[in-house]
Ligand binder design. Structure first.
Ligand SMILES: NC(=O)c1ccc[n+]([C@@H]2O[C@H](COP(=O)([O-])OP(=O)(O)OC[C@H]3O[C@@H](n4cnc5c(N)ncnc54)[C@H](OP(=O)(O)O)[C@@H]3O)[C@@H](O)[C@H]2O)c1
Length: 268
């Protein structure tokens, strides 16, 4: 995010990390900024502070920053966490800062992946007006789409991200494992599964869930579902509860109800 904002013309003055080596590495990656260790008060010159620590560390970091300098008025502090509201930064608000959050609804397993995927992303924004103003300006610079998030419902907001992304990766990894049993190597399985999911995602965006749904449930092909369950019993029994847990909402989405043996399995 720092690298892209810098490229878009936002001055990156400081990069702060608890280890100086990490701050220097980030400065190198971003291409601007002075590296500082957490606790060094010089960063206070910056008018906007962006916190990108892990979610669990946010409150602690906000508290420790609030001990640096007594007057934060005129400053904006933003965090990038999707599950916590801006109010996690309250210690800084009490010192006068305008607090907010700017969450990219995007996945980046490392900084380089972030630099590739963050342009044009969707960003959930909430917080005080001055903080939202900065966040919205940044999203415009990153050619993204900004939308407001209700602070009190960030649990649901983040849950929707969780249900979509890390779950899909886990399911794809397990699907790749099954394909290996069939003799299909990872070099084919990975791009093939990725292409499959990308097309499903495009269909979902275009048509909505119900019309994008395909497969045996839509075709009322209960024999194939029974075959899947038999294969799972043999090769991956730990996935049976996952399969059934997904099958139930899929049936509701498709407006279908199985009969016979499968109905018994689902109601067990
Ligand atoms: N990755 C994604 O796909 C994604 C997507 C959307 C939003 N986000 C948000 O982006 C933020 C960062 O996520 P990430 O995936 O980039 O996490 P990450 O790779 O684990 O990086 C988190 C950073 O937080 C630092 N940190 C952890 N505890 C700290 C503490 N007590 N004091 C100071 N620094 C501390 C770590 O520093 P050290 O190097 O010293 O350990 C590390 O540099 C989170 O708010 C997350 O919700 C991430």
């Amino acid at each position: 995010m720092g690298k892209l904002l810098r490229r878009a013309g936002v001055p990156v003055l400081f990069v702060v990390a608890r280890r100086m080596a990490a701050a220097k590495k980030a400065v190198q990656f971003i291409g601007a900024g002075r590296p500082l260790a957490l606790g060094d008060p010089r960063f206070i010159e910056a008018p906007v502070v962006l916190l990108t620590t892990t979610d669990t560390a946010l409150q602690l970091v906000a508290q420790s920053l609030s001990r640096i300098g007594n007057d934060w008025s005129g400053k904006v502090v933003l965090h990038t966490c999707g599950s916590l509201p801006a109010s996690v930064l309250s210690p800084l608000k009490r010192k006068g800062a305008a607090i907010g959050s700017i969450h990219p609804f995007q996945t980046f397993p490392n900084p380089a992946a972030g630099a590739r995927s963050l342009m044009g992303s969707f960003w959930g924004i909430e917080g005080e007006p001055a903080a939202r103003q900065v966040a919205e300006q940044w999203v415009r610079l990153l050619r993204g789409v900004a939308f407001p998030v209700r602070a009190a419902r960030k649990d649901l907001y983040h849950l929707s991200a969780f249900l979509t992304c890390p779950t899909a990766v886990t399911l794809m990894e397990r699907a790749a494992g099954l394909l290996k049993e069939v003799g299909i190597p990872a070099r084919i399985a990975r791009p093939m599964l990725a292409q499959f999911v990308a097309q499903a995602a495009r269909n979902f965006a275009e048509l909505g869930g119900r019309r994008a749904l395909t497969g045996p449930v839509v075709r009322r092909d209960w024999t194939t579902i029974q075959k899947h369950l038999a294969a799972l019993r043999r090769f991956s029994p730990d996935l049976i509860p996952v399969y059934l847990a997904l099958l139930r909402p899929m049936l509701r989405l498709a407006g279908q109800a199985p009969d016979g043996e499968l109905r018994k399995v689902l109601s067990a």
